[in-house]
Design a protein around this ligand. Structure first.
Ligand code: SF4
Length: 224
């Protein structure tokens, strides 16, 4: 593909977003958190290297026993481990949940901060998690959460170049071509799209809703 002008890339991104909205609307989280920012933070921390479905199986018991950050701040880490032991990295995650709850109680008056930088001070919360919480809990997008789906799709669409080899660099590339009003929806939409069409293995390029906008389409390659 010849080098694409920035204006053309921005237009292609706009068209991609149009199709995503038509297909998925605003998208929605598949994590259960009952509209509570604290539960969302916990669920997203638990979802690292795990499916949302696996997380949704353990959070009802977790939040029944520890409904608020005050309850979880006083928990014994071994008891939390018992509840979430079916998840990968459950020991580190249990420790982070208790530590982040303590920090919420001690430094944030028990309230999850509506701020990307403050969120990242919480143990176990990196930029991706903080972006998810900002968009999902507060509807206040300050970036785009780049998970494995968003990273893969951004690169296949060539919205991020080879030098954008980390989630942070890929996010920067996306923020430079998508207007802020789209940031809220891209992660949800692309997660759904990544599961349905642009799978890691054997993407369904032949039926893909943005095939004509994708420089990596295998359908076109095999047709030519
Ligand atoms: S055409 Fe294929 S590679 Fe491109 S976005 Fe669609 S599924 Fe992914």
């Amino acid at each position: 593909m010849p080098r694409e002008k920035k204006a053309d890339k921005i237009e292609r991104a706009r068209l991609v977003e149009e199709r995503m909205v038509a297909q998925y609307g605003e998208g929605e989280s598949s994590l259960d958190y009952e509209g509570d920012p604290f539960r969302l933070v916990c669920a997203v921390v638990l979802s690292a290297q795990c499916t949302d479905a696996a997380v949704n199986k353990v959070t009802p018991a977790l939040f029944e026993r520890y409904p608020t950050c005050y309850d979880l701040a006083g928990a014994c880490i071994a008891d939390v481990e018992d509840i979430i032991h079916s998840l990968g990295f459950f020991r580190a995650k249990a420790a982070n949940l208790v530590k982040l709850s303590r920090m919420l109680v001690e430094e944030f008056a028990g309230v999850v901060p509506n701020d990307l930088d403050q969120l990242q001070k919480l143990p176990g919360v990196g930029r991706k998690t903080a972006n998810v919480v900002m968009c999902e809990a507060f509807r206040n997008a300050q970036g785009i959460a780049v998970d494995t789906h968003v990273f893969r799709i951004a690169h296949r669409l060539k919205f991020a170049g080879p030098s954008a080899d980390t989630p942070d660099k890929t996010e920067k590339a996306l923020l430079s071509i998508y207007p802020k009003e789209d940031w809220l929806y891209i992660n949800h939409q692309w997660v759904h799209f990544g599961r349905e069409f642009c799978r890691a293995q054997r993407p369904l390029c032949g039926t893909c809703i943005i095939e004509d906008l994708c420089p990596s389409s295998m359908a076109r390659e095999s047709a030519s």
